[in-house]
Ligand binder design. Structure first.
Ligand SMILES: *Cc1c(COP(=O)(O)O)cnc(C)c1O
Length: 350
């Protein structure tokens, strides 16, 4: 029986044998071939999606949260806290409920996707909205956790990174080798830092022979790493990456430079068209942030970046049901017809 990623990758985790494990059997997510999207990107690309939206709370955040909450509880903490654009709070709330400890989340006022907020509510977290953005929320949380017996479970917590690095382990375990490229969205930059660390650890242990180039994508309105300076008022439809001053900025640069990779930006229009394209081509529904690397790969394909056969893995970080408003906002309301066969046939166009 699969018992979650701490159990599976215990030797790679900085946990003590006596530590309590808080798990929802996260990880072990599918790696799905995406031939139709690959063809839209480049004839040279073989594409796989690592669908981390299939984690228990619907995002990759569970990978880090199982380790961070296990450690916090083992250290005796009774309260965990995070700043969140949504998915961290959903995950922290679920793992805290599982552990029987309190969870407090600080969210930027009015900018949380409906699905994510409903999860934090359901799991009984104390939700506080601030009149400020994610970056301000995170600095408040860091100060509060320094001054009080509260465990910080944002990705600045190194235990989060150790959990999230397992996405790279799984990709190698599933593919048999590291891919040539690994694409993902970049917000606070914890995930690109963690996945690069995972590829490094497997390589050093002799479990892979090569390393991918990391391809990170930010939204144009929230692209501090691309611009080389913090963005005061980050704006993008992809709320999960609406971050102006990433906490793991240096980790992202290290991943980009050591891997000979790239961190680029894509516009909200490009994100929204990729957001529509992916579920219609491949039957996989993801939240807007996941469309950033899809848009980025389409741009790279167009510019002739892929010149010879290569394997690309794309992390799909969060499930589409997280942000139903975004999908419905782009759609027409269903056509209302009389309850008659002829009317339905006419509407179909037959
Ligand atoms: C958190 C999150 C991101 C951004 O990850 P970082 O580690 O902050 O760069 C991207 N997509 C989704 C769905 C997320 O929840």
């Amino acid at each position: 029986m699969y018992n979650g990623l701490i159990d599976r990758y215990r030797q790679w985790m900085p946990l003590q044998a006596s530590d309590t494990v808080i798990t929802l059997q996260e990880g072990n997510t599918p790696l799905i071939a995406m031939p139709r999207l690959a063809a839209a990107i480049s004839e040279h690309v073989t594409l796989y999606a690592k669908f981390d939206g299939m984690n228990p709370t619907g995002s990759f955040k569970d990978r880090g949260m199982t380790v961070a909450v296990s450690h916090a509880v083992s250290q005796g903490f009774k309260v965990v806290m995070c700043a969140s654009t949504g998915n961290t709070s959903a995950s922290a709330a679920a793992y805290a409920a599982r552990a029987g400890v309190r969870c407090v989340v600080l969210i930027p006022g009015g900018k949380i996707a409906l699905g994510k907020l409903s999860q934090a509510v359901a799991h009984g977290a104390k939700i506080i909205a601030i009149d400020g953005n994610f970056d301000t929320a995170l600095s408040l949380v860091r100060e509060l956790c320094n001054e009080h017996p509260i465990a910080l479970v944002n990705s600045v917590n190194p235990f989060r990174i150790h959990g999230q690095k397992t996405a790279a382990f799984e990709v190698i375990d599933q593919l048999g080798e590291a891919p040539d490229y690994h694409a993902l969205p970049v917000g606070n930059a914890g995930n690109i830092t963690a996945i690069w660390q995972g590829y490094n650890e497997y390589r050093k242990a002799g479990l892979s022979n090569s390393m991918p180039a990391m391809l990170g994508f930010q939204a144009a309105g929230a692209a501090p790493i691309v611009l080389g300076r913090a963005v005061d008022n980050p704006e993008t439809v992809a709320t999960a990456i609406r971050i102006g001053n990433p906490a793991s900025w240096s980790g992202a640069l290290k991943a980009r430079d050591e891997s000979n990779g790239r961190i680029e930006s894509v516009t909200d229009d490009e994100i929204l068209s990729a957001y529509r394209l992916l579920p219609s081509l491949e039957g996989i529904f993801v939240e807007p942030a996941c469309a950033a690397p899809v848009a980025g790969l389409l741009n790279l394909g167009k510019s002739g970046f892929f010149t010879k056969p290569c394997v690309v893995v794309l992390t799909l970080t969060g499930h589409g049901l997280k942000d139903p408003d975004c999908a419905l906002g782009l759609a027409e309301t269903p056509q209302l017809v009389p309850a008659e066969k002829s009317a339905v046939l006419k509407a179909i166009g037959l």
